[in-house]
Design a protein around this ligand. Sequence first.
Ligand code: AMP
Length: 435
Amino acid sequence: MKFTDLGLNESLLKAIKEQGYTEPTPIQIKAIPLVIEGRDVLAAAQTGTGKTAGFTLPILERLTQTSPQMKKKQIRVLVLTPTRELAAQVADSIKTYGKYMKYRSTVIFGGVGINPQLATIKRGVEIVIATPGRLLDIAGQQGIDFSAIECLVLDEADRMLDMGFIHDIKKLMAMMPKNRQTLLFSATFSREIKSLASGLLKDPVLIEVARENATAGQISQVVHLVDKGRKRELLSQLIKTGNWKQVLVFTRTKHGANKLCKQLIEYSGISAAAIHGNKSQGARTKALADFKAGNVRVLVATDIAARGIDIDQLPHVVNFELPNVPEDYVHRIGRTGRAGMSGEAVSLVCVDEHELLRAIEKFSKSSIKKVDIEAFRPDPSIKAVPIQNGKSGRQKQGQGQKKKSSNSRNRNRNSNTTNQKPSVDPGNRYNNRRK
Ligand code: AMP
């Protein structure tokens, strides 16, 4: 199947060619013709599958098919995303693919001034890519008119629900015109997503493409067992000896991200930047831009900040700490090995995390290769203690157990070294999801 078979116009085909894409991905093959036809689509697709082009290309194509008279503040396409980074990326895709077309687009998100956003809409745009909260503020000030919307996209809808945007989304949906096309993209089809979809989509076509864990063939995965206190040293060695130019490193907490970033700079002399929810929008944008431009070698991120980040040809992803939820491991390693490129995902696993590792292997139905690094062999006298609030403790045999959590619901059975396994972080917002 070629791009030329999908019903896209010459301007789009030219822009696609300039991107160097030779053939459409499975989601693009399925979604593009349906969207051009005007169908509502419910698609299960994660980042890394080419889903963004899967909806932006046919939307741009559809825009050319009519030329309605637009009133002030009216828009034709609205894309809702969970995070500012994802909004910016979708906007970039629209700019890239729509390069030879005349449509104007803008991105709307919180954390930056609202007045320039209001002014841009007033001047006139066809396409808005927005996070729900700020868009609702703008709608509340009559800063935007949804009545001419032809196509509405909810991107990463599951994440929007996880992030608690459901009320904002419902308020926004009540403002949308009924005779629109709706596309909903989600990594999972949970009960909540199905219920959201049933209220929004008309006779949708269901599209499902292989999950990232089924296509992770191009991603080589390795685990290095190491003591918690030596992880930073091992990471520095891997970066230096492997001459890694660009590596995305995941920590479990914002504090952990800051600390690691500082230590890499101060103790290892490796340039690094951190992104997480406590950083200002400006700082996050700068960190990502510096990383993409190769000005910093290491980007340390939490799961939420990294969600949906699209970095072309990212060769290395490191789990400095394993995530509490196995699905997040799949999201994390999916940052590398994208769109057919090969990549390496390295996990530094301390004794506290053995149970998390087993859960990940069970979830992905595969065993991850364990590679011993002689100089970093774990000290066998260090025993596991439960992981709580995103932190794990560590202790030597005979030093006495840490006070146990009184919350027995969060404590799990069995570990190969103690009779406790790391418990699920009770304060973690992922804790109750997708059970
Ligand atoms: P997405 O799943 O939308 O986040 O896209 C993942 C990556 O795949 C992005 O870097 C896109 O630029 C790239 N991409 C999208 N479509 C194609 C294609 N047909 N061929 C090669 N790369 C693609």
